[in-house]
Design a protein around this ligand. Structure first.
Ligand code: BMA
Length: 886
C-alpha cells in the first residue's frame, strides 16, 4: 500500500490527478448540479430554461426573451429584471452510493446574491454575499427518486433599499449614484459587485443568479475544501519553507499522517496529522533544503515564471484518505517604505526577490456585466494584451469582483503581478454585526483561495475610501465624522487587516488606495492628505489642465491611477447602435457617457492641440471624432506615464523616486466611452499601442524645462547599457530629416532613468535651419554599437494644430498575405502624425498602430482572429491620419 523511505512517501494506490490544481479525498463523491435549470419570475409570468453557472439576464437573452442588454438604451429598458424576484429550479436523482455517505453537502461556489436554497421543500440555507462559497448539509433531505432544488433570489435593488431603511440611525453615503450613471441606489449595503449598480464607465445591471458551480459533495471520512501553498523565505537561514494549509471537513476526528512532496526539488516530509472533527484549517511547514536550486518566479520582463509540482497525500492506518496536487512558485515580495535622502516622507516601492521593480501596468475592471460571459478566451486575450504592452502588473480594482481562478492562473503563467483590492469602493460601508460577519467569511475565503498565487503581490483594503473620508466627498458634518472614522477602522483595520495578516504573512497589506501607507496608519488610518506625493500611492485625474504639460502631474512615489477617457471605435459601437445614434451629440452618445460632462471634456482636451473634426459628412465627422478622442487619450496617458518613468531616479523639490505607473483602466465592461485602452471585444485603442512603447523595457523620454529640451534614457533591464541619444529634426512639410544630433555614449544602469541630452530649443533650431518651433518636429531614439535600443519616440515643438507645412499625406495601403500572416504596406506622400489603421469588423491586432510616419513607406503586420482573405482585409481597411479629420 505505502512505503516510507526516509522522509519521502511513495504510494501504490492509484490516484487520479487533474490538470493544475486537483484534489480528491478517498471515497469522496461529487455530483455536479450545473447545466440546465428552470428559471421563473415572482408571479410566474416568465418561465424559461437557464444555464448554471449563469445569471437571469443571460438566461433571458439566451432564450430570446430580451435583446442584447448592451444594445442602445436597453440597460434602462431592462431595469425591471433586477427589480423582480427570481427562482432557479432543478431536479436530480442521487445514487445510493452518495446517499449512503456519512455527510452530503450542497455546495454553491458563488451565489449572486440574496437567496434562500430549498431542497425538497425544506430550507437548507440563506445567502447574502456574492463573494462567498456556501455549503449546506443536506444528507437527511435527499430522497430516493427525484429531488427538487430551488433557489429563490430577492431583487438586490430591493434588498439594498431595505437594508438602507433598517439602518436608520445615520446614513451610509453615497445614497445613490449620480444621475448621469442611470444606476440603482445603496449598493454599499449589499456584498455584491459594486459596479453592478452602475459606474462612471458602465451600465447598471444588478445581476442575480448562480454564477459559479453548484454540486453535491458526499464523503465518509473527510472533504478537502481548500488547499494552499505559500512559500516563505527564511532570511536569517537563507532557506525556503512552504506553508501548506489544508482546509478540511472531517466526519470524525482523524489521526493519520500527511506526506508533502516537491518531486523536482527532492523535498519531502511526512507529518503526523490530527484533523479535528468538523471544519478545520491544518498547517504544515515543508522545509526545502535545496535552496540553491530553487528557481524563482519573476514578473514579466524580469525573468521566467517556473513552477514546481507539489503533492499532498494523507493516510489513516495505511489507507489513502486524501490526495491533492498543486503548483508552487517561489518568490518574495516586500513593500519598502523607508526614508529617502533629500526627500521628506518615505519611499513606496516593491522589491521582488530582493530586486526593486518599477511596476508598469493598468487597472482591471470586470470584463462583462454578466460574469458567466467572461470566457477563458476573453481572459487570455486581455491578459496577453497586457503582457504584450510590456505591463508587469494589474490592479484588480475594488468595485468589481475577486476574479475567477483562471485569471490568477494566467497571471502566474505570464508574470503579471496583481494588486488585489478587497471589494469596497468609493463609499462608506455599514458595520452591523451581520455585515461584518459576512465580510469576515468573504475575506477568509478569498485570501485562502488566492494566496498560493505568486502573481498576487499586495492586498489592499478598498478603493478610495480613505480619500473619500479625508476629502469629505459625502459632506459628512464635522460632528459626525468620528462615527464614520470608527466604522472605517472597524471594517478595514480591525476586520480585514486582522484577517489578512493572520491568513497570509507572505505579502504586504495596504488599507486603501490611494493611501500614505505607514503615514496614514500614524494618522489613525485616515491621513489628512492621502494624495501626499511624499508617501504611498496616488490617484490623479485632471481633465481641464493641459495633459501635454508634465508640470501638471504629481511627482508621486507611486501612481496607481491616472487617465483620460476616449470613445471606442465605430466597429465596436455599430452592433449596439443604429444610424441615428452615429453622432457625437446623439442621445445615444450622451446615454453611454456615464461621467458627468465627459464627452465635452474629451473635446476640450483634444482642442488644446488639435483641430476638431469638421467634415460635412455626419458619419465621417462621428468616426473622426471617435478617432480624435483616442489620439488625445493616447498622447495624454503617454505623457503622464513617461513622466512617472523618468522620475524614478530623481528627487526634485523633495519629490520623486516614482516606482509605479498603473493607468486607469485596462479593459471595458461594455461598448461605451471610458478610460480603457482596450475596447469591449478586445480591440486595442490607440492608447494600448502607445503603451507598448511607453512601457518598453528601454525607453527614451523627452520633455522641455525652462526652454531646454531634455532626453532621458529609462531602463528596466537588469544590466547596464552604454547608449547615446540620437535626435532627428524634420520639417512637417518634408519626409527627410533636416539635421541629426547625437549625445555622448553614457552608462544607463539597469533600473534607472538618466539624463542623456540637454540643449536649449533655441540653439537646437538655430543649428537646424530653416526650422522653427512651428515648422519642425523631432524624433529620437537610443542606440549602442549593436543598433537601436528601445522604440523611436517623438517630440512636438508646437501643437499639431499650429504646425506649419503639415499637409494631407494621401496614404495608400496594400494588404498582402505572406508566410507569417498579413502585411499592410503603407506609402505616404508627407509627414503623417497618428496614422491609424482600422480593419473594421475584422477582429485582430496590428503589430503597431497610431504611429508617426516620417518615412515614405512602412510595413506592419495584422493578425486576424478569424479566417479572412487579403481581399476582405483590403476592403475593410481604413487609414486615418491627423490631417484627414479637418
Ligand atoms: C477612479 C476609480 C474609479 C473610476 C475612475 C474614473 O477613482 O477608482 O472609481 O472609475 O476613477 O473616474
Amino acid at each position: 500500500m505505502m512505503t516510507l523511505s526516509g522522509d519521502y512517501v511513495f504510494c501504490s494506490l492509484c490516484v487520479v490527478f487533474f490538470a493544475g490544481y486537483s484534489a480528491k479525498t478517498e471515497g469522496q463523491q461529487t455530483l455536479s448540479l450545473n447545466g440546465k435549470w428552470r428559471l421563473s419570475n415572482s408571479n410566474g409570468s416568465l418561465s424559461l430554461p437557464a444555464l448554471v453557472p449563469g445569471c437571469v439576464h443571460s438566461a433571458l437573452q439566451q432564450q430570446g426573451y430580451i435583446q442584447d442588454p448592451y444594445f442602445r438604451f436597453n440597460d434602462v429598458s431592462y431595469r425591471w429584471i433586477a427589480l423582480d424576484n427570481w427562482t432557479y429550479t432543478t431536479t436530480f436523482t442521487v445514487s445510493t452510493q452518495i446517499r449512503s455517505k456519512k455527510k452530503v453537502h450542497l455546495v454553491f461556489d458563488g451565489v449572486d446574491t440574496v437567496a434562500s436554497a430549498w431542497l425538497n421543500g425544506v430550507i437548507v440555507g440563506k445567502t447574502d454575499n456574492m463573494f462567498r462559497r456556501y455549503d449546506f448539509p443536506v444528507k437527511d433531505l435527499l430522497e430516493d427518486g427525484e429531488n427538487v432544488l430551488k433557489v429563490h433570489f430577492m431583487s438586490p435593488v430591493l434588498y439594498a433599499s431595505e437594508r438602507r431603511k433598517a439602518h436608520s440611525t445615520y446614513t451610509v453615503p453615497p445614497e445613490c449614484p449620480p444621475d448621469v450613471q442611470k444606476g440603482e441606489c445603496h449598493v454599499n449595503f449589499i456584498r455584491k459587485e459594486q459596479s453592478s449598480f452602475s459606474w462612471d464607465w458602465g451600465p447598471s445591471f444588478p445581476t442575480m443568479g448562480l454564477w459559479k458551480e453548484v454540486y453535491l459533495e458526499a464523503f465518509d471520512v473527510l472533504q478537502l475544501i481548500q488547499v494552499s501553498c505559500v512559500p516563505l523565505y527564511n532570511v536569517s537561514l537563507s532557506v525556503w519553507d512552504v506553508q501548506v494549509e489544508l482546509l478540511v471537513d472531517a466526519v470524525q476526528a482523524i489521526t493519520g499522517n500527511v506526506a508533502i512532496f516537491i518531486p523536482e526539488l527532492l523535498a519531502g516530509q511526512d507529518f503526523q496529522a490530527e484533523f479535528a472533527q468538523g471544519t478545520t484549517k491544518n498547517t504544515f511547514i515543508l522545509h526545502v533544503n535545496t535552496t540553491n536550486q530553487v528557481k524563482l518566479w519573476w514578473p514579466s520582463g524580469h525573468g521566467d515564471q517556473p513552477s514546481y509540482r507539489l503533492t499532498v497525500t494523507g493516510f489513516q492506518d495505511g489507507f489513502l484518505i486524501l490526495s491533492v496536487e498543486s503548483k508552487v512558485y517561489f518568490r518574495t515580495v516586500e513593500l519598502i517604505q523607508e526614508p529617502i535622502v533629500g526627500s521628506p516622507g518615505l519611499s513606496f516601492y516593491f522589491r521582488i526577490n530582493g530586486k526593486p521593480v518599477f511596476l508598469k501596468g493598468s487597472n482591471w475592471i470586470p470584463a462583462h456585466s454578466f460574469q458567466d460571459q467572461v470566457t477563458p478566451a476573453v481572459l487570455r486575450n486581455l491578459l496577453q494584451s497586457a503582457v504584450d504592452a510590456n505591463m508587469n502588473v494589474l490592479r484588480v480594482w475594488g468595485g468589481g469582483v475577486y476574479e475567477q481562478d483562471l485569471f490568477y492562473d494566467i497571471c502566474d503563467e505570464m508574470g503579471v503581478m496583481v494588486w488585489q483590492d478587497f471589494m469596497f469602493a468609493c463609499a462608506m460601508y455599514p458595520t452591523e454585526d451581520d455585515f461584518i460577519r459576512t465580510v469576515r467569511e468573504e475575506v477568509v475565503q478569498q485570501v485562502q483561495r488566492l494566496k498560493s498565487h505568486p502573481s498576487v503581490a499586495v492586498w489592499s483594503g478598498n478603493n478610495e475610501n480613505e480619500a473619500a473620508l479625508a476629502d469629505n466627498w459625502f459632506n459628512i458634518p464635522a460632528s459626525q465624522r468620528p462615527k464614520y472614522l470608527k466604522d472605517y477602522v472597524t471594517l478595514y483595520v480591525d476586520t480585514i487587516k486582522g484577517i489578512v495578516q493572520q491568513e497570509d504573512p507572505s505579502r504586504p497589506f495596504l488599507v486603501s488606495s490611494p493611501t500614505n501607507g505607514v503615514k496614514s496608519e500614524e494618522e489613525g488610518w485616515v491621513a489628512t492628505n492621502p494624495y501626499d506625493p511624499h508617501y504611498g500611492d496616488t490617484h490623479f485625474y485632471s481633465y481641464v489642465s493641459d495633459c501635454w504639460d508634465w508640470r501638471t502631474f504629481p511627482r508621486t512615489r507611486f501612481a496607481s491611477e491616472y487617465g483620460f477617457q476616449s470613445w471606442p471605435s465605430f466597429s465596436t459601437l455599430k452592433p449596439v447602435s443604429v444610424s441615428e445614434d452615429w453622432s457625437f451629440s446623439s442621445d445615444f452618445s450622451s446615454h453611454r457617457q456615464h461621467h458627468d460632462n465627459g464627452n465635452n471634456q474629451m473635446l476640450l482636451q483634444a482642442a488644446l492641440h488639435f483641430h476638431l473634426p469638421n467634415s460635412t459628412d455626419p458619419l465621417k465627422r462621428f468616426t473622426h471624432t471617435l478617432y480624435l478622442t483616442q489620439v488625445m487619450q493616447a498622447q495624454c496617458v503617454k505623457s503622464q506615464s513617461e513622466f512617472y518613468r523618468r522620475s524614478q531616479s530623481e528627487v526634485i523639490e523633495g519629490k520623486g523616486h516614482t516606482m509605479g505607473a498603473l493607468y486607469w483602466q485596462l479593459n471595458d465592461i461594455w461598448q461605451g466611452p471610458s478610460w480603457s485602452s482596450i475596447e469591449f471585444g478586445g480591440k486595442w485603442k490607440m492608447l494600448h499601442y502607445f503603451a507598448q512603447d511607453f512601457f518598453a523595457d528601454v525607453l527614451p523620454v523627452s520633455f522641455e524645462d525652462d526652454g531646454a529640451l531634455f532626453i532621458y534614457a529609462v531602463s528596466d533591464l537588469s544590466h547596464s547599457l552604454n547608449v547615446r541619444a540620437v535626435v532627428s529634426v524634420y520639417l512637417w512639410s518634408k519626409l527627410d530629416p533636416v539635421c541629426t544630433l547625437m549625445s555622448e555614449l553614457l552608462l544607463v544602469p539597469g533600473g534607472g532613468a538618466v539624463p542623456m541630452f540637454k540643449q536649449t530649443v533655441v540653439s537646437l533650431l538655430a543649428g537646424c535651419e530653416p526650422c522653427t518651433r512651428l515648422t519642425c518636429l523631432l524624433t529620437f531614439h537610443l542606440e549602442d554599437d549593436s543598433g537601436q535600443q528601445g522604440p523611436t519616440n517623438h517630440h512636438f515643438l508646437c501643437s499639431p494644430k499650429d504646425a506649419r507645412g503639415l499637409t494631407r499625406p494621401n496614404i495608400t495601403a496594400e494588404v498582402q498575405e505572406g508566410q507569417l500572416g498579413f502585411t499592410v504596406t503603407l506609402h505616404s506622400a508627407s509627414v503623417a502624425p497618428f496614422v491609424w489603421l482600422d480593419m473594421g469588423d475584422v477582429p485582430g491586432r496590428f503589430s503597431s498602430n497610431g504611429f508617426l510616419m516620417v518615412s515614405r513607406n512602412r510595413t506592419v503586420t495584422f493578425t486576424a482572429w478569424r479566417p479572412v482573405s487579403a481581399t476582405e482585409l483590403s476592403r475593410s481597411l481604413t487609414v486615418t491620419s491627423l490631417t484627414d479629420v479637418y
